[in-house]
Design a binder for this molecule. Structure first.
Ligand SMILES: Cc1cc2nc3c(=O)[nH]c(=O)nc-3n(C[C@H](O)[C@H](O)[C@H](O)COP(=O)(O)OP(=O)(O)OC[C@H]3O[C@@H](n4cnc5c(N)ncnc54)[C@H](O)[C@@H]3O)c2cc1C
Length: 416
């Protein structure tokens, strides 16, 4: 019999850890401070529309094998919408709409350079640079910017593809992002057509991702305590706002780093990166040709047609969202600037939005850094988001891997 294990934090990392434990027969209790599970991959209730809004639109890639495996076991894969093969719609003020869409009939390693060379403003130099990137790894500690300059990546390739991909996957610009981690993302994503295609959850993260995982965890026997904020850890006993729970052989921490530090009385403020989402509702549909479009040279990086993504085309109010990755604090003219970009993108006068809401997730992700692990303590496993150089950045896939690894470590040491 395995001794009981506590998991603190009911986001994707905590859910992945709890499910992995329960699948292997370990008794497990999951503590979540919020009334709902999901953390950053959760949704919140927007009263004026009655809708569940995600903390931010989330995209996944075909190479998220751990996340997809977990969802398959939970019976939740039907909630993902997939592109048939990689299609990256882009827009720039000087070139209008264009799309990176490698032909699925050639292996991706050939199809991608051909497709890139055909983008407006590109030529064989972009394809040759892509091939150099595929062959040469960044050196230890080399930033994305340095790596791209060393490999003489032409500026159109950096501007149209590499910078947006870096921002989208690492939530950090090329000037400071880690080259090794970006190379890992490119390698995994562009290894095949199947791995490169983009997907998203519908109808919302809460319903499409978290609900199936939570239901599966409960079926496996995980005790899930929501609204249960952990305030202290006392030798196998978990002290929460609702009382004491014990006794646990091992505790897995699956928290944002600031919450972990508060709990363990660590006096450090971890670096985080923000993401801003401007939600807009119009009383008529806008002419967006794709469910999402990457803006080149725009303040908004991604323009989402949320109803098209979530299959809700008949709503009386049409919902759009403009996302700024690695976003600086809001400036007074930001919303007007984003609306102007949306107007340019749709090439027609923009009606006044019926409703709008700017949501800035200040601590959206922890950047790739040389994080120092917490001083080791008996029976405490740290699965908190701490992406390190060369590894995956803070993504859903990384969260699932971290939860899985923590559970396996806990099991290896929890046999009484
Ligand atoms: C706006 C936004 C957009 C994103 N877009 C993408 C994307 O497109 N693709 C992608 O792959 N990734 C994306 N990410 C990243 C991804 O969401 C995160 O990396 C991942 O969700 C982290 O999961 P986690 O479980 O480690 O942390 P969290 O989701 O933060 O979970 C931690 C949980 O711990 C709980 N908690 C905190 N303190 C306590 C306490 N004392 N006691 C008990 N519980 C506590 C919190 O309430 C929370 O539920 C995005 C993130 C954001 C914010």
């Amino acid at each position: 019999m395995t001794a009981p294990i506590a998991v603190i934090g009911g986001g994707l990392t905590g859910l992945a850890a709890a499910i992995t434990l329960a699948e292997r027969g370990a008794p497990c209790t999951l503590f979540e401070a919020a009334p709902r599970l999901g953390g950053r991959t959760g949704s919140w209730h927007h009263r004026p529309t009655g809708m569940l809004l995600d903390h931010g639109p989330h995209l996944l890639l075909g190479c998220y094998h751990h996340l997809l495996g977990l969802l398959a076991r939970a019976g939740g894969r039907r909630h993902i919408r997939w592109q048939r093969s990689l299609t990256l719609p882009l827009w720039a003020a000087d070139r209008g709409h264009f799309t990176l869409a490698p032909t699925p009939w050639l292996p991706l390693q050939l199809a991608l350079p051909v497709a890139v060379a055909r983008l407006p403003g590109h030529d064989g130099q972009s394809s040759a640079a892509l091939m150099r990137l595929a062959l040469a790894q960044p050196t230890a500690g080399e930033g994305v910017d340095q790596w791209l300059r060393r490999l003489r990546a032409p500026s159109p390739l950096t501007r149209d593809l590499l910078e947006p991909l870096c921002l989208g996957s690492m939530n950090e610009g090329i000037a400071t992002a880690d080259g090794g981690s970006f190379a890992t993302v490119l390698k995994q994503a562009f290894s095949s057509h199947r791995n490169a295609r983009i997907g998203w959850f519908h109808p919302s993260l809460a319903e499409g991702l978290i609900a199936p995982l939570a239901a599966y965890a409960r079926r496996l026997g995980v005790t899930i305590l929501t609204g249960c904020r952990v305030r202290a850890l006392q030798a196998g006993t978990i002290v929460t706002n609702k009382g004491k729970h014990g006794s646990f052989a091992t505790t897995i921490l699956a928290l944002p780093l600031a919450a972990r530090n508060r709990l363990l009385r660590i006096d450090a403020r971890p670096e985080t990166r923000a993401i801003s989402n401007l939600h807009l509702w119009f009383d008529r549909p806008l002419a967006l040709p794709h469910p999402f479009i990457g803006g080149i040279g725009t303040r908004g990086q991604w323009f989402f047609d949320i109803d098209a993504m979530q299959g809700r085309g008949t709503q009386s109010l049409r919902h759009y969202c403009i996302v700024i990755s690695d976003s600086p604090p809001s400036s007074p003219d930001l919303e007007q600037g984003l609306l102007h970009e949306l107007e340019q993108l749709t090439s027609s006068p923009l009606p006044a939005p019926a409703m709008h809401k700017m949501v800035r997730v200040r601590h959206a992700t922890h950047p790739v850094r040389d994080w120092k692990a917490i001083p080791s303590r008996e029976h405490l496993i740290d699965a908190c988001e701490q992406p390190t150089p060369g590894g995956l950045p803070a993504t859903m896939e990384r969260a699932v891997i971290a939860g899985y690894a923590a559970a396996i470590t806990a099991l290896s040491g929890s046999k009484p």
